[in-house]
Design a protein around this ligand. Structure first.
Ligand SMILES: Cc1cc2nc3c(=O)[nH]c(=O)nc-3n(C[C@H](O)[C@H](O)[C@H](O)COP(=O)(O)O)c2cc1C
Length: 235
């Protein structure tokens, strides 16, 4: 396990936990170590949407709970299309060493400090309106809020992916405030010009857009190729 090049990924209590897991998988497949933080409401939504953590999640300790990590990996296996090169359980175990699961209360974590130079940036996927508001105000009351605060002050990439509809003026003001502080606001609003056929196609589209915003080269989704001589270029 190497932390030389890593990203922080926070999954909060907004709908769309699958997007967070997809980004976790994609970052690992692009050889980045991931510091994963899931808020307590984030676990609740995962339980609801992905049928995991049925046995509860309150006993998750400060760092790297193996059972919780295994549940996350099983959810990836069940809900997302795996790389065709991943054929055996042994291949799949490679993912286990490429991420750590950090408790949101673990403010003593190394990623709570700007001295963690190997951290390239952070994404909050999905981002609840609550977390968005607290990050915009610099509350830093848990590890998600503190890590985002640090990433901003260190002038690294912070990609925040809100999921709420409709939006009130408080949401909009908080988004503008975060944008003005340097964050990228990337709402989880998939495009349909690439003619998605499955949920995976829709999730891949958003994951690719998030990777683009983190400046990670990828070919996860079908990009718009443009019209030439009045025709869409299929190549
Ligand atoms: C099933 C479920 C879905 C939710 N979806 C959203 C959502 O899409 N957006 C949102 O802002 N909050 C949503 N919430 C509410 C948040 O989970 C709640 O505001 C929580 O306090 C956010 O905490 P966190 O930011 O620490 O994760 C949802 C809650 C549940 C139980």
């Amino acid at each position: 396990m190497t932390k030389k090049n890593s990203y922080i990924l926070a999954i909060t209590g907004a709908s769309g936990a699958i997007y967070g897991l997809s980004l976790l998988k994609a970052l690992i497949e692009h050889s980045y170590f991931v510091h994963l933080i899931i808020s307590e409401p984030g676990f609740t939504v995962m339980k609801e949407e992905l049928d995991i953590f049925k046995g509860g999640y309150n006993s998750i300790p400060v760092i790297s709970n193996c059972d919780a990590k295994q549940e996350i990996l099983n959810a990836i296996k069940l809900n997302l299309t795996l790389n065709p090169n991943i054929v055996s359980d042994a291949d799949f175990n490679f993912y286990t060493d490429m991420f750590e699961l950090l408790d949101e209360k673990f403010l003593e974590s190394e990623i709570a400090s700007g001295s963690a130079k190997y951290v390239k940036g952070m994404a909050v996927v999905p981002c609840s309106m609550g977390s968005l508001a607290r990050i915009a105000c610099g509350i830093s009351g848990n590890l998600i809020e503190r890590a985002a605060d640090v990433v901003l002050k260190e002038k690294k990439r912070l990609v925040v992916c809100p999921r709420e509809t409709p939006l009130n003026d408080i949401h909009l003001k908080n988004m503008l405030s975060l944008y003005s502080s340097g964050a990228i606001i990337l709402p989880l609003i998939p495009g349909f010009y690439n003619k998605p056929k499955t949920i995976t196609d829709i999730v891949d589209f958003m994951t690719g857009r998030i990777l683009d915003s983190l400046c990670i080269d990828n070919d996860i989704y079908v990009r718009w190729k443009g019209y030439y001589n009045g025709k869409y270029d299929e190549k």
